[in-house]
Design a protein around this ligand. Structure first.
Ligand SMILES: [Zn+2]
Ligand SMILES: [Zn+2]
Length: 183
């Protein structure tokens, strides 16, 4: 990734390192693809700010990131753009200063993610934060009516007369009972 978004842990200044995030869509796509997210299209790449601080073996990354991504609605399959704004406050642990033989995590570090490698890649983090903020099952609109399971019509555009659900068997029994009484 672009070196401007990467800092080595042992080069983090004592008063922290601030970086402006302005990734192009292609850069964001490349990072997302490496993580297996191939179905996301980036309308505008992550933009925002991050600050990296280090205290001993702990590395803190805080910031905020905004992006516009194109998702596919799980109900009607329409593509729709979704604005994401995500603030993050992450803690990693690094063994960079560990004394020889002291590579085991302290108990309080067990919950904390280990920093992969000896660098912090803010571009990776920004993309990951946007991806994690996306819903598992995106819908174009909360009231999306989706595709008709019978005829496939997009019911947001054209209503259809199909009966979406099979009739409830209890009501069918009731209807038979009623019609038997009527005759
Ligand atoms: Zn939809
Ligand atoms: Zn239909």
């Amino acid at each position: 990734m672009a070196p401007k978004f990467v800092i080595a842990v042992d080069r983090i200044p004592s008063d922290g390192w601030s970086v402006h995030i302005d990734l192009r869509s292609e850069q964001a796509s490349a990072i997302a693809r490496e993580r297996g997210w191939t179905r996301i299209e980036w309308v505008s790449g992550p933009e925002g700010n991050a600050r990296v601080l280090r205290s001993g073996r702990d590395v803190f990354v805080t910031g905020e990131v905004r992006a516009m991504v194109r998702c596919t609605c799980v109900r009607c399959l329409e593509r729709h753009d979704r604005a994401v704004t995500e603030a993050f406050h992450l803690t990693y642990v690094t063994d960079i200063d560990a004394a020889p033989g002291e590579h085991e995590l302290r108990p309080e570090e067990m919950e904390v993610e280990a920093l992969p490698g000896d660098t912090v890649d803010v571009a990776d983090i920004a993309v990951e934060q946007v991806l994690l903020a996306l819903p598992d099952h995106p819908v174009c609109h909360p009231d999306c009516r989706g595709l008709c399971p019978v005829c496939g019509t997009d019911r947001n555009r054209t209503p259809c007369d199909c009966r979406a659900e099979a009739p409830d068997p209890r009501f069918a029994a009731l209807a038979r009972w009623k019609s038997s009484r009527a005759s």
